[in-house]
Design a protein around this ligand. Structure first.
Ligand code: SF4
Length: 83
């Protein structure tokens, strides 16, 4: 139970961070190198069989728009990793 809560909180923190990075991108203040990494992840997720029609990862339930834009998480299937 406690472990489940910790995992959920970590997931929420990653999604918040991903949305913060998306906002930075929209404001034109994002890091160029990070954007290259995020774009490469996005390409992998777009072609992944675990991507849902609502643009979520079926394996972890995260919205991919945010998940691919944070360095606080990894692909649950190991298709991409945060350095
Ligand atoms: S995070 Fe991994 S498993 Fe999920 S959709 Fe992207 S590539 Fe697929």
């Amino acid at each position: 139970m406690i472990d489940d809560i910790k995992i959920k909180l970590k997931q929420v923190a990653a999604i918040v961070d991903g949305n913060k990075n998306l906002l930075k991108y929209k404001l034109g203040i994002s890091n160029e190198q990070d954007e290259k990494v995020f774009a490469a992840r996005r390409k992998v997720c777009n072609a992944c069989p675990f991507r849902s029609a609502t643009d979520k990862c079926i394996k972890c339930g995260c919205p991919l728009g945010a998940k691919t834009r944070t360095n606080k998480t990894n692909c649950p299937e190991g298709y991409w990793k945060t350095n």
